[in-house]
Design a binder for this molecule. Structure first.
Ligand code: ITT
Length: 197
C-alpha cells in the first residue's frame, strides 16, 4: 500500500482519484491530516493555486503531497471561467448557478468548444513539479444526467455524445482531465522513487 497526501477539501475529487489509482493506494485528504482551515486560492492561474495549496501543506504540516486545481476553459468565452470555475456565479460556489450562468453566456455563440484542464502540483523530496491533464469537449445546450459533480451535467467529452454526468465514473475516470493528470503524477512518482509503485 502506498499513501499519498492529496491537498484537497473536495470529496468528489478525492473519490475520483482513489478510483483512478485503484486499490494499491491510500489517499489522505486535508481533513485526514488535521488541516481543517480553508486554504484561500488567491493566485490568478491554475498553476499558482495548485502550488499555493501544496506549499501550504508542506510548510504547515510537513508532508510531501500533491494538490490540483481544475478549470473549465470555454473557447467562445476567451477561456473563462478558467481559474474562476468554482466561483463563476459568485462566492456561493453553487454548481447549479454556475451552470445556469455558463449556458446563458453561451447563448448565440457559434462554437461551444471547451476543455477541462487539471493542473497538479507535486511536492516531493524538496522538488516542486507541475503536471497537467486536458480533456477536450464541448458544452451541451442543457443539463443531462445525474452523475459526477460540478459542470459534469453540461460537459460532453470529445468522441462522445453524452455528458460526463450521463456517462458516469466508469467512463469519466478513464478519459478525464483528472485521469490524465493522475497518470502523469504516477509516472513522475515512479521515476523519482526507489519503491516499486
Ligand atoms: P480543492 O479543495 O481541491 O481546492 P475545489 O472544489 O475548491 O477543491 P477547484 O478550486 O479546483 O476545487 O474548483 C474547481 C471547480 O471546478 C469545482 O468546484 C467544480 O465546480 C469544477 N470542477 C472541477 N473538476 C471538475 C470535474 O471533473 N467535473 C466537473 N466540474 C469540475
Amino acid at each position: 500500500m502506498h499513501t499519498l497526501v492529496f491537498a484537497t477539501n473536495n470529496p468528489h475529487k478525492a473519490q475520483e482519484v482513489e478510483q483512478i489509482l485503484g486499490p494499491g493506494f491510500i489517499i489522505k485528504t486535508l481533513k485526514d491530516i488535521g488541516c481543517l482551515e480553508d486554504i484561500e486560492e488567491t493566485e490568478p492561474t491554475l498553476e499558482g493555486n495548485a502550488l499555493l495549496k501544496a506549499r501550504y501543506v508542506k510548510e504547515k504540516y510537513g508532508y510531501d503531497c500533491f494538490s490540483e486545481d481544475t478549470g473549465l476553459e470555454v473557447e467562445a468565452l476567451d477561456g473563462a471561467p478558467g481559474v474562476h470555475t468554482a466561483r463563476y456565479a459568485g462566492e456561493g460556489r453553487d454548481p447549479e448557478d454556475n451552470i445556469k450562468l455558463l449556458l446563458k453566456n453561451l447563448e448565440g455563440k457559434s462554437t461551444r468548444k471547451a476543455q477541462f484542464r487539471t493542473v497538479i502540483a507535486l511536492l516531493m523530496k524538496d522538488q516542486e513539479i507541475l503536471l497537467q491533464g486536458i480533456c477536450p469537449g464541448s458544452i451541451a445546450t442543457q443539463k443531462h444526467g445525474t452523475g459526477g459533480f460540478g459542470y459534469d451535467p453540461v460537459f460532453i467529452p470529445e468522441g462522445y455524445t453524452d455528458t460526463f454526468a450521463v456517462l458516469g465514473y466508469d467512463v469519466k475516470n478513464k478519459i478525464s482531465h483528472r485521469a490524465r493528470a493522475i497518470a502523469q503524477l504516477l509516472e513522475t512518482i515512479r521515476a523519482n522513487s526507489t519503491e516499486s509503485l
